[in-house]
Design a protein. Structure first.
Length: 157
């Protein structure tokens, strides 16, 4: 086991795990950040999505050894009190049913809005199609993303 320095939610952490341990398990088991969920383990469902420098990435596919020196943001790091526009919009639109996929969905939406603060429905649907919601709340997700986009644009004016 090697010591690896990671930056998670703006804080530096030194962890000692096997080099091939996925970042997902470092976040959940070593650092106690359980908002990021295990879904499929092969990078297709989106439940484990985190931000790396504003880009949505699948934490189940990033070995700890390659995460060293990189900056990641989990759902816990998005805002300490749930005040991020995407988090508030998710609540206002009552997106979550079972809630399991929601952290990954919110992170994916944040990445989209950082890149494009005024996405079309087609762009929203395309980006969000990479995340699986068993409850099928995709129309409410689209509404939440539109709501968050409006707030972000209003705050940036």
């Amino acid at each position: 086991m090697e010591k690896t320095e990671l930056t998670i939610n703006g804080a530096k952490h030194v962890v000692q795990v096997d080099d091939d341990t996925p970042l997902l398990w470092v976040l959940r088991d070593t650092l106690g950040l359980t908002g990021t969920k295990f879904g499929c383990g092969v990078g297709v469902c989106g439940a484990c999505t985190v931000l790396e420098n504003g880009q949505a990435v699948r934490s189940c596919q990033i070995p700890c050894s390659t995460a060293a020196g990189r900056n990641f943001t989990t759902i816990e790091g998005l805002s300490p009190n749930g005040s991020h526009p995407c988090q508030r919009a998710w609540l206002a639109e009552e997106v979550a049913q079972c809630g399991y996929c929601q952290a990954g969905m919110i992170i994916t939406a944040c990445a989209l809005l950082q890149e494009n603060p005024n996405p079309s429905d087609e762009q929203i649907d395309h980006i969000m199609s990479d995340s699986i919601c068993r409850c099928g709340t995709y129309p409410r997700m689209r509404n939440a993303i539109r709501r968050a986009a409006e707030e972000i644009r209003a705050n940036n004016q």
